[in-house]
Design a protein around this ligand. Structure first.
Ligand code: ACO
Length: 317
């Protein structure tokens, strides 16, 4: 499998730490020190499906393929206004593709799960060209009066077009059922029959527990796939890590004993955009001309579940 195009889209509304200081008992200093975040983009006048469509169109244009050439669309998404149909179905119509579509929900690791599915689809001969995207609005899951949660998140969409190729692709996906440290539950429509109590409320996260689990699991996944690919940490040009918290990126860089030039980041301007964070950062790197043919890129993410995903791709654009 090889990546032949990237695209992304972000909401217009910028919410700075200073703006949050005006509405919450928080400070720019606290947010920067604990997370690295300076500002985030937040859905306001646009809808998530519009961002997903924009990111998809940009990736298709960058790939130089016709929408008719796309054999499958996989979209990673945790939440949006439509429970059904899937976001991928909405994107398909808007970009003019005709293929089968499916959404996946592996929380913040979802983009890597979707890439892995695309690789399987291509390897099995069932598809030649796949549009893989991630579109997320975590700012719609949190309580905006809770300073410990709303300061962390931002919204956005990122996409790639992948096609058949001999380039290296190594991946590792893991899941460990952990329901109590990170979840978001919504009450469904009432019926005359439901007898169980339904829990509804904003997203809950035990930040410390997630922090520890994230550093340990990402470091373990990275070591695992480096070994499987026969590579050393310094063979990787860029580690495109889930942009949840700059301290997590720093901890993984320390673990790998590499300098920060291998760890591009945009969490300071995007906040945590859930599964969209990896393709958003990848698109920025590609458009800034920082990726050359043959470069090895390692992506790694973690999220609710607890899910983790990591992969190494060889750049071939
Ligand atoms: N401003 C000021 N003070 C705050 C704020 C805020 N925005 N938020 C919390 N505090 C206070 C707390 O109330 C607490 O005060 P206390 O000591 O008087 O009780 C103090 O700051 C410390 O709070 P902690 O939660 O212990 O702070 P911590 O250093 O653990 O940082 C954070 C919190 C940033 C959430 C960190 O735990 C973290 O990054 N965890 C990982 C989160 C993550 O990666 N999530 C992504 C995966 S899931 C996903 O992507 C959907």
């Amino acid at each position: 499998m090889r990546v032949i195009g990237t695209g992304s889209a972000r909401p217009a509304k910028v919410v700075t730490n200073a703006m949050l200081e005006g509405m919450l008992d928080t400070s720019d200093e606290w947010i920067r020190e604990r997370t690295g975040i300076v500002e985030r983009r937040v859905i306001s006048s646009e809808r998530l499906e519009e961002l997903a469509i924009e990111a998809a169109k940009r990736a298709i244009e960058d790939a130089g393929v016709s929408p008719a050439d796309i054999d499958y669309i996989i979209c990673s998404n945790v939440v949006n206004e439509y429970v059904t149909p899937a976001l991928s179905c909405i994107v398909q119509g808007a970009v003019g593709a005709k293929c089968a579509c499916v959404d996946v929900n592996a929380a913040c690791s979802g983009f890597i799960y979707a890439l892995d599915m695309a690789d399987d689809r291509i390897k099995s001969g069932k598809a030649k060209t796949v549009l893989v995207l991630a579109a997320e609005e975590p700012t719609r899951m949190v309580d905006w009066s809770d300073r410990s949660m709303c300061v962390l998140f931002g919204d956005g969409a990122g996409a790639v077009v992948v096609t058949e190729g001999d380039e290296l692709f190594v991946s590792r996906l893991t899941t460990k059922s952990m329901l109590d440290c990170l979840y978001y539950r919504r009450r469904l429509e009432p019926t005359p029959y439901v007898e169980t109590e339904e829990i509804s409320g904003p997203m809950y996260m035990n930040g410390r527990e997630v922090f520890k689990t994230a550093v340990l699991s990402s470091s373990r996944d990275i070591s695992h796939i480096l070994k499987e690919a026969g590579l050393t940490p310094s063979d990787i040009k860029y580690y495109v890590l889930h942009q949840a918290n700059m301290r997590i990126v720093d901890a993984i860089a320390n673990y790998l004993k590499l300098d920060m030039s291998h760890f591009p980041h945009n969490v300071e301007y995007s906040g945590n955009t859930s599964s969209a964070s990896v393709p958003l950062l990848l698109d920025t790197l590609s458009r800034e001309g920082k990726l050359q043919r043959g470069d090895k890129i390692l992506m790694s993410a973690f999220g609710a579940g607890f899910t983790t995903g990591a992969c190494i791709v060889e750049w071939a654009k």
